[in-house]
Design a protein around this ligand. Structure first.
Ligand code: AMP
Ligand code: ZN
Length: 465
């Protein structure tokens, strides 16, 4: 039984999806005004763990992540750069997808872009208007929170005492109520705009996620996530917009991760402790260890990022690498039966139970390292036979479908697309037949598709170029 801490009910709830066996998951995605920083990737990596765990437990997950490609900062920066927002955001959107691959995050099934869903947003605002939740002022449309008594239920706010949050404050149009928020912004000089029933303008930030999540996941869906900073006002406003328009519950489980901090301090450019994923790669850090650090702290606790933590990740994971090598080298001849099977099954069970418990990753990794210690001791005593080694390796591979960092990244041949794998097979055959010219030609063809072939004592491996 899977349980999550639900920010809406403020307790740990049993998880039951709306439709048995299927999960609709919406994760707030990047605002593509710059490279994503490792704080953002803390959120995305934890969401990846959440999704992989559900899939490992047999659920079919439909995962949607938005790309916010029109918004105040984007418009300002694109104007400064003298290009239109499309050109400006294309670069950072591409970089984001590259980072997703680098960290081995499972790609979402849909990455809806805000600028491609303006019609859906206008339609949603129209429905809100029909139900009396909006007013127009100076060509902009606002959500009147006084019309939605449940406002504040997620963030646990008392409506009477609402203070103006940053995003709300950033809006410079006149409003009836300081916490009312903008749904449609009237056109301003130098800003991109679209036609609407209220005149030319552009959507507010919050309406994007309501419109796009409901389009792909339905008016009520299972899980919506983001970092804690998204809880208010963004997610509170999403609830008001969606439930105000449909009269139905919007999201059943709201999950939020705590922030990443650096050496105990908030990450900020002025403190000089601000890192994008690219910064870390440039310093030579292996994405496998970065992923492991981002995953390793329970998502509801602040994650303290440091270079020592990366070093510790390397040390911890090398214990698994060492065991894998030992199993390949030192397992004894077949003993006729797998004596370790029961022990491995118990590890699998405990690993799963820990993750079922609100994604207790430390508990889950603890089970893996306990097994690693015991199997090492077994190898010392010469008590691990070939079939035991296979059972242990099988479990580690299985657990890695969830963790995604137990094995070195470059060894994961299965990551390459099928046509590249087929070329590699053909090259291996050509080499066996000593047809060197053909083997070289195939190697070049593989290279042209973005993969490098490395010949190792254990056979050919593929690495991303
Ligand atoms: P943004 O691009 O600012 O909308 O943020 C994208 C995602 O990253 C959201 O889910 C944020 O809540 C999350 N996020 C932003 N900063 C941090 C941080 N320091 N630690 C963890 N998550 C963060
Ligand atoms: Zn969002």
């Amino acid at each position: 039984m899977i349980r999550y801490y639900n920010s809406l009910t403020k307790r740990v709830d049993e998880f039951h999806p709306l439709v048995a066996g299927r999960v609709g998951l919406y994760t707030c995605g990047p605002t593509v005004h710059d490279f994503a920083h490792i704080g953002n990737f803390r959120a995305y990596t934890w969401e990846d763990l959440l999704r992989r765990h559900l899939e490992w437990r047999g659920y079919e997950v439909l995962h949607v992540m938005n790309i916010t490609d029109v918004e105040d900062k984007i418009i300002r920066k694109a104007n400064e750069a003298g290009v239109d927002i499309r050109e400006y955001t294309a670069r950072y959107t591409e970089a984001f997808f590259e980072d997703v691959r680098t960290l081995h995050l499972e790609p979402a099934h849909h990455y809806p872009r805000a600028t491609e869903h303006i019609a859906e947003m206008i339609e949603l605002i129209r429905r809100l208007e029909e139900r009396g939740h909006t007013y127009v002022s100076g060509g902009s449309v606002y959500f009147r929170i006084a019309s939605f008594p449940a406002y504040g239920k997620l963030a646990g706010l008392d409506r009477e005492k609402l203070i103006v949050g940053a995003r709300v404050d950033a809006d410079e149009y006149t409003k009836d109520d300081p916490a009312d928020f903008v749904l449609w912004k009237a056109h301003k000089e130098g800003e991109p705009s679209w036609d609407s029933p209220w005149g030319p303008g552009r959507p507010g930030w919050h309406i994007e996620c309501s419109a796009m999540s409901m389009k792909y996941l339905g008016e009520t869906f299972d899980i919506h996530t983001g970092g804690v900073d998204n809880k208010f006002p963004h997610h509170e406003n999403e609830i008001a917009q969606s439930e105000g328009a449909t009269g139905k519950q919007f999201v059943r489980y709201w999950l939020h991760c705590a922030h990443l901090v650096v050496d105990g301090e908030k990450m900020s450019k002025s403190l000089g402790n601000f890192y994008t994923l690219r910064d870390l790669l440039e310093r030579g850090h292996d994405p496998r260890y970065i992923r492991y650090v981002l995953l390793g702290t329970h998502y509801r606790r602040p994650l303290n990022f440091s270079f020592e933590a990366l070093e510790q990740a390397r040390a911890e994971l090398s214990r698994i690498d060492d065991l894998v090598e030992r199993l390949e080298r030192e397992a004894t001849e077949s003993a006729g039966e797998a004596r370790w099977q029961q022990r491995v099954d118990a590890a699998r069970e405990a690993f799963g139970e820990a993750l079922d418990d609100d994604l207790n990753i430390s508990g889950a990794m603890g089970e893996i390292f306990k097994l690693v210690r015991e199997v090492n001791a077994g190898l010392d005593r010469g008590e691990v036979a070939r079939e035991d080694a296979d059972a242990v390796l099988g479990f580690l591979r299985e657990a890695d479908r969830v963790v995604g960092a137990l094995f070195p990244f470059e060894e994961r041949r299965e990551e390459a697309p099928p046509e590249v794998l087929a070329l590699l097979e053909a090259r291996t055959r050509a080499r066996k037949e000593r047809n060197w010219a053909e083997a070289d030609r195939l190697r070049d063809e593989i290279l042209a598709r973005g993969w490098v072939v490395e010949d190792t004592p254990r056979g050919a491996r593929l690495k991303r170029r």
